[in-house]
Every structure is written in C-alpha cells, then in structure tokens.
Design a protein around this ligand. Structure first.
Ligand code: FES
Length: 604
C-alpha cells in the first residue's frame, strides 16, 4: 500500500502512513494521542486539527456540522473524518475560541456562527395501544392508535391503515409510530424507535450521488455514485430536453431511468449499511431544474425555450410511493426549491451549504459540472447564473477523453488510457507555459525551434489537424498513443469560456472587482479533481490569489444533507431561493463580448 508523509505539530513528528487512512487513526498508530471523545464518529470536536500545509480536503458534512463554516474555512477539520492522501502538516488540537464552535442544540453565544441543530423532522415514538376488547369493542384499531399518539384520522393514510391490524397485534399493542409533522408515516410492531434513516441525493446531469444518513446523529452510513443513465439520450441538458420535448413517451423513458437508478442506489446503500429500506423516512433531492422536472414526470419543454420558464419553483414534499421510490412508501421526499429554468435546486443547495447568504464578505461559488452554475454575493445580495459548460470538461467530448474515473489521466500523470477534464486542464496549463499553445488556444507550429527538441517532436500535424502527443505507446504505461488535438483544446475553451464568463458577468453586474472577492469556492465532484494553479492558469476561474481559492467538495450534496438533517435548514433553502437574483446571461448586451474574451487564455 502507498504511504504518505503526515507531519504532526506541535510534536514535529513526521509519520509515513497508509494513504487513505484517517489522520486520527494514523496519529494513534504513530503513538500520538489525539483526543477522540466520541470515539471517532464525527460527533464532537475533540479530535480537531488545523492544516498548516498541504492540500486541504473538502469538508465532510460532519466537519460543517461540528466545526461550522468559519473554522472549516480556516482549515480546521475533524481528524477522525479526514483522510491522508497527500503529504500534509497539521496542528493537533489547535486552541480555538470555544464560542466559535457550533454546539448542536445549544444556545448561540453572541457573535458565534449560526448553529446547525440536528432536527430532521422525523419522530419515532414507542406507544402502547389499548386494542379493542370484548368489553370495549365499539372502537377501531385506528381510533385506538390515534388515542395513543394524539392525532386525527386524516393524519393517517390508507397505506398505513393497511398495515395496522398486524402492526398493532404482533407485540400486543406495543408499536413504534414514525411521523413527520402530524403525518403518520408508519406503524411498526415492537420497539424500532432507534431506527430512523434518510437519504440525501444529488441528481446531476452527468452523475448521481446518494448518501444514507442516520437521522438522529447525522452520521453518514453509506454513499454511492454513478453516471446518470439518462445520458444515453443526450449528454447535456439541452439535448436531454430536446429528447423529451413534446414527447410524453420519451419523457417517461427519462423518468424511468432516473427512478430506476435511485432504486438501485437505495438497494446498494441499504446492503452496504445493513439498514432496511423501510426505515428510510425522509429523502431530500437536489438537482437542476430539468432533472427535477423529469424526476417528477413534468414536461421540461419550456425550460428549453426562451424565456426558459420552469413549470414550478416552490419546494415540494410528496410521498415516496408517488415517485415509486423503494423506501418506506410514506417517506417524505422533499425537493428543494428552484430559482429559474437554468438555476435549480442544486444551486440553492450550494448556497445553503456554503452559507453565502450569511457571509459578511463577498464570495463566489463555482459549481463545475455539465451544467455549471456560478453564485456571487454576500448576506446583502446574491446573484446566480448558469454556465452551461457541457460535458467536455468531464471528458465526454474529448478525443481520448474519459470521465474522472480509474484510468483517466489525473493531474497530467500520463499513466492512464485517457484524459479526464482535470488532467486536460493541467495539460493545457503546462503547454501554455511551454509556449506550445498560444493565448488564443492555437497549437503553435511556427515556432517549434524555440522548444526543447523532445517537446517539439511531440507537436505534430495528424491529417488536417494540429495535435500534441501527450504519451506514446509504452510511455508512462500508455498502451496507445494519447493525443491532445486542436479540437480538444477548442472544446475546453468553450467550457471554460462558459464558466469564466458567468463569473465575469456576475462580477460586472454586481460591480465587484477581483480584489473585493474574499473567496472563491470550487464546488462539484469535478471541482475537487481540479488543480487550482492550473484552473487559474487557463483562466477557468477569476484571477484571484491562489490562497483565496478553496475546494468545498460536492456542496450541492452537502446542502441536501443539511436539509435532510435539519428542517430549519430546509426552510432556509426556501428563503435563499427567494432571495437569489437570477441573471440571464444570454439576454445581457455585454455577454457575447465577455464570452469571446473568456474563451482566450490569460497571457502569461
Ligand atoms: S472524535 Fe469526535 S469528532 Fe472526531
């Protein structure tokens, strides 16, 4: 197994530890005591560390919940949740102002960040129901149950009624009632009150991620991600919408695909964790507007036609059985609200997770995906726009492209069989620095004499097209020649032009120059593979000092997790959605010029 260097301060001890192990386990293995009051379950803050050097990984949901956004931004993490993948130096148990911790359920001291108290809204109560008897027979199972839980008949659906006779009699009236608000979700024989779980789901255009969480503790028990199987009907949103447009049969095909995948995910996370799917009572789903509509079986035709109006924008809660999801049939499926046709619930979730709406300083969040989104603002005002990067950055349209998966070239470690988006960006950054590609994106064949001969020999014409040989067969483990073509570079320019112009336009509209941007957050599964220096070099993101750019992981999923674990947070999503000002780039007179500008690379 590969090892990496972990340096612990203040002991100044460097350990060679297994890559992928947690910092806590590695430190304990090396004889360094880090306090772990909750036993490494992410439920306290005693094991906190602070990054001194090395790549800071995106925070986990437990980092956000326990430490809060302010400390997370300063590089604090829970060592029991944080894995060592690169050489790092961390400070053990750094002193903090205790008031700045987000103490779950506690009073908020003045000036401390907003606490996130876990309250998923799902309640499970053990009851003793007095079943009808010979003497007291003019009653019913339902009435007996309602008397025990203090509810009325309309709080109980016919589905739950069907299960009542057995549920109440199996343990002679001892049963557990699961409810959400006043709604009775299920009545289970015996005592199951400790078993309450939920799912947070991010349905992206290209990939879908599902996490299973325990609702009482917020602990993540399992996670699964896969490619969105709708992609066979179109890689980007517009082609997906065109497929479904005015064709109910095709819309149904898309809907069936995503529901089928979610059910596979449910099966897998349940298998991995040993949780029964009937104990899943709440599901929070985020996704862009098209994914949201298609999941609900709503025709997205007009989302794809100017003025790109969604059919609905409000948050929606429905029963799992209405969507054919194989969790508890009465589980509440909550879809977060939408801002506009191309700024969906995923963007709302990003704002929720990054707490941009509470920030005193101006921050930018760039969610890089097939349908990218850019958010800019502070607690004063939030703007958002869509930046349809298309699937090229995720590798789909590049000649030797592949999605960030095993075998893809990551960070130009030329040892795989294809180039994934992040490797591609590194490759272009390196070739720009070397002068192989000029600022317009052209592979420069006219000045090969200025290049070192080994590099010059890689710059070629292949048929009619300019290309750079990234790897020859046998080099760095490549089994076939790996080319970066002129067309590949043009594809990347289109994508990065979309994202960069989104950010530039929001800055222009908000009147915010770069020096006023306190922080740029890179979100999305893909964002985390990206090398920040390379992203800056090719101008994918605004020209900020590297220290002001950080990864925030899959913030859309984290937003879904927050809304899953906290009804207050779910409510906050609605406020955020209402407060975001959507900027329609296509309609703006400056957009074309800004976009063309942003397609070029910054001159070094
Ligand atoms: S040991 Fe409690 S959070 Fe890590």
């Amino acid at each position: 197994m590969a090892t990496v260097a972990l340096t612990l301060l203040p002991a100044r001890l460097t350990l060679q530890v297994d890559a992928g192990a947690t910092i806590l386990a590695s430190a304990h293995g090396g004889g360094v005591d880090i306090e772990a009051t909750c036993g490494g379950r992410g439920r306290c803050t005693s094991c906190r560390i602070k990054f001194v050097s090395g790549l800071i990984p995106p925070p986990t949901i437990m980092d956000e919940l326990q430490l809060g956004d302010a400390l997370v931004r300063e590089g604090y993490r829970l060592s029991c949740q944080c894995r060592v993948t690169d050489p790092i130096t961390v400070q053990v148990s750094p002193p903090v102002d205790d008031r700045s911790f987000q103490i779950l359920g506690a009073e908020r001291p003045p000036g401390a960040p907003m606490p996130v108290a876990i309250d998923a809204g799902v309640d499970k109560t053990l009851v003793r129901v007095s079943l009808p008897t010979e003497e007291h027979h003019q009653t019913s199972d339902l009435e007996a149950l309602l008397a025990a839980v203090g509810r009325s008949p309309e709080d109980c659906s016919p589905e739950v009624l069907k299960t009542l006779p057995q549920a109440l009699r199996r343990h002679e009236g001892e049963a557990t009632v699961a409810s959400f608000g006043r709604r009775i979700l299920s009545v289970e024989p015996g005592d199951t009150h400790l078993l309450a779980f939920g799912l947070a789901v991010d349905v992206g255009t290209t990939s879908v991620v599902t996490t299973l969480m325990e609702l009482a503790s917020g602990e993540q028990l399992a996670s699964v991600s896969s490619l969105n199987p709708q992609a066979v009907f179109g890689g980007d949103l517009m082609s997906r919408i065109a497929f479904a447009q005015f064709d109910p049969g095709n819309l149904r095909k898309l809907q069936t695909r995503i529901v089928g995948l979610l059910n596979q995910h449910i099966e897998q996370v349940c298998r991995d964790s040993g949780v029964l799917s009937k104990w899943i009572y709440k599901v929070v789903i985020v996704g862009n507007t098209c994914m949201h509509h298609v999941l609900l079986g709503i025709d997205p035709s007009y989302v794809g036609l100017a003025p790109y109006a969604p059919v609905m924008r409000h948050p929606l809660t429905l029963a799992a059985r209405e969507l054919f999801l194989k969790v508890n049939p009465e589980a509440r499926v909550c879809l977060l609200p939408i801002v506009a046709g191309f700024v969906g619930a995923d963007a709302v979730a990003v704002a929720l997770a990054t707490r941009m709406d509470e920030s005193t300083e101006i921050r930018v969040a760039v969610d890089i995906g097939t349908n990218g989104e850019v958010l800019l603002g502070s607690r004063e005002h939030l703007w958002a726009c869509s930046a349809p990067a298309g699937p090229a950055l995720e590798g789909a349209q590049i000649r030797h492209g592949m999605r960030a998966a095993l075998g893809a070239i990551d960070r130009v470690g030329l040892d795989g069989q294809g180039i994934c988006g992040s490797g591609l960006i590194d490759a272009i950054a390196v070739l720009l620095d070397a002068g192989v590609i000029d600022w317009t994106g052209l592979i420069d064949l006219d000045h090969l004499d200025r290049l070192p001969p080994p590099l010059a020999s890689r710059v070629i014409m292949r048929g009619e097209e300019r290309a750079v040989i990234l790897a020859r067969p046998g080099e760095s483990g490549a089994t076939q020649e790996l080319l970066l073509t002129q067309d590949d570079i043009r594809q990347v320019q289109l994508c990065k032009g979309a994202i960069a112009s989104g950010a530039a336009m929001l800055q222009r509209i908000a009147g915010v120059p770069e020096d006023k941007v306190a922080e740029l957050m890179l979100a999305g599964g893909f964002g985390n593979y990206l090398s920040i220096p390379s992203a800056l070099r090719i101008g994918l993101i605004p020209a900020l000092p590297e220290s002001r750019v950080r990864y925030v992981g899959n913030a859309a999923l984290m937003g879904a997790q927050l809304a899953l674990l906290s009804e207050v947070e779910r409510g906050r999503a609605e406020t955020i959605a209402r407060s975001i000002e959507h900027v329609s780039l296509a309609a703006h007179p400056d957009f074309q010029d800004v976009f063309v500008d942003c397609m070029n690379f910054p001159r070094s």
